[in-house]
Design a protein around this ligand. Structure first.
Ligand code: PBG
Length: 323
């Protein structure tokens, strides 16, 4: 036998020497849930170890993450039903929970990188990412709301704005609005290929943001499609996106690879709430080894071509010194 691939696996030194992909804290973005109040920290029942934080707790959480070398955070608000309306007007209202959170974090920790989520669902009484009229999601009317949200986030100090709504044309619309208002330095991370997935369930529990009627299939993508992701990516690239995101992560590794192979923009993968819940449930039952299962999962995103990984595991992998 001339070829014996096992020679390159014979010792830890050689295995490390030929390792193709690596994972570091710089690759991780930590999603954080926020709630109104003081000294509040409530666990999301379907996501053990993940909490909704009031702003004072959020600041402590950000600080402890930064001590571990984790500097990038994506914020999501839990809004009381009584404050929601059809047009998500709270989403851009001065002094709202979300804007206060961005301002407080940036004031206390200017070096933290804050990613903000632009979509109507946490604030919409319909629980949809866009305006609903007679059961139809209105695209162009929604852009105006998304634009106001994005501007408010930029004014509050967002470093990266991440539209997660899947309306057509929103990247170009938001890019232009930001540029016209003196925010040409604010980045856009587009949820480029966001699928209508079952794996968002625990997130919707965390935020109480599930649709009141219908589903998200007229705007989020069909899980059976991959070529459609190329159309979305082409548009986002033309419209000025700085990052292309694929979401969920694990069931869509092929899409991450597809975008990585066809576009030069950095690719982000969103290892979503349901993926976290799934692993934690198996780990809790003693069916999977925690460290190995989590690290193998995160490495799969790097192998597929993702530069950034939005993951609820971000803090624990550093805390437990697995990286
Ligand atoms: C909504 C949004 C969702 C997630 C991020 N932004 C859920 C949805 O589209 O219903 C899901 C994140 C996760 O499951 O971890 N704009």
């Amino acid at each position: 036998m001339l070829h014996r691939p096992r020679r390159n696996r014979k010792s830890a030194v050689i295995r490390d020497m030929i390792q193709e992909h690596h994972l570091s804290a710089a690759n991780l973005i930590f999603p954080l849930f926020i709630i109104e109040g003081q000294n509040q920290k409530t666990e999301v029942s379907s996501m053990p170890g993940i909490y909704r934080h009031s702003i004072d707790h959020l600041l402590r959480e950000v600080e402890s993450c930064m001590k571990l070398g984790l500097y990038a955070f994506d914020l999501f608000p839990n809004i009381d039903d009584s404050l929601k309306d059809k047009y998500a007007t709270l989403s851009y209202k001065k002094g709202n929970l979300y804007l206060r959170a961005i301002e407080e974090v940036k004031k206390n920790f200017p070096e933290a990188c804050i990613v903000t989520d632009v979509a109507m669902d946490p604030y919409s009484s319909d629980g949809h990412d866009g305006i609903v009229e007679n059961g139809v999601i209105l695209n162009d009317e929604t852009l105006a709301v998304l634009g106001k949200m994005a501007l408010a986030h930029a004014e509050a100090g967002a470093d990266i704005i991440a539209p997660s709504d899947m309306m057509d044309g929103r990247i170009g619309y938001i890019r232009q609005l930001l540029d016209e208002n003196g925010f040409s330095h604010v980045s856009l991370m587009s949820y480029t290929a966001k699928y209508a997935s079952a794996f968002y369930g625990p997130f919707r529990d965390a935020l109480n943001s599930a649709p009141k009627a219908g589903d998200k299939k007229t705007y989020q993508m069909n899980p059976a499609n991959s070529r459609e992701a190329l159309i979305e990516a082409q548009l986002d690239a033309e419209e000025g996106a700085d990052f292309l995101m694929v979401k969920p992560g694990l069931p869509y590794l092929d899409i991450i690879k597809l975008l990585h192979d066809n576009f030069d923009l950095p690719i982000a993968a969103y290892n979503v709430s349901g993926e976290y819940a799934m692993l934690k449930a198996a780990i809790r039952n003693g069916w999977l080894d925690e460290e190995r299962a989590i690290m193998e999962t995160l490495m799969s995103f790097r192998r597929a071509g993702a530069t950034s990984i939005l993951t609820y595991h971000a803090k624990e992998v550093l805390e437990k010194k697995w990286l």
